[in-house]
Ligand binder design. Sequence first.
Ligand SMILES: [Zn+2]
Length: 210
Amino acid sequence: MKKYFILIICFVVINASLVKAEEQNKKTAFAVVSYGYLPSLFTNSLSRELPSNLFTQIRFVAKNDDMTSILVKKFIDSLAEIKQSQEIGVIGLVFVPGELSFREYIDISKHVAILNIAPLAPPDDTSKEAKELFKARVLKQVTRLASLLTGVEECPFFLCGMFDCKTLKELDTKSRNLCPPCQLKIEQVMIRSNLYLAPPGETPPDREGQ
Ligand SMILES: [Zn+2]
């Protein structure tokens, strides 16, 4: 009888620690909200690749309605409402084509950024190469905006993901990853906030040792 009792206690303790670890793994640092009818392949590939760029978990929310107007201030407020308490920020992806289209907005005080992905689309968007190029550009820009929301500043190194590109040519040249000093900054923020996601095969750094 005593043996069973000990076994049950062990089971409960192990189970509780597994649940705790799982909860921690589900903690997201950013919500990325896409508006309009973006192909799921597009958002799937972002949700696979963004976490490894930012060393943290990302939450994807797809809204099937278009962004109805470019009343950015209003839009920023509605995005701010999506943010969960532990999250660092929310990034809204919109597709607003046309000559008056904007590139991006960021409101650090409200922890919100908006990226217009229309100007990033290559003219021929039907070929496989064009689709890959489009995804790569969006991934780079979302990584940069998320890092800015984290408090990492723009970087003068033109190959770093934190470099603010003025042209698409510059954007296509730069890496989707951050340079080592910028990478260290974002990793430290994630570790301090208990939101760090170790790359596959790597042990998470010791929080106490920071
Ligand atoms: Zn850098």
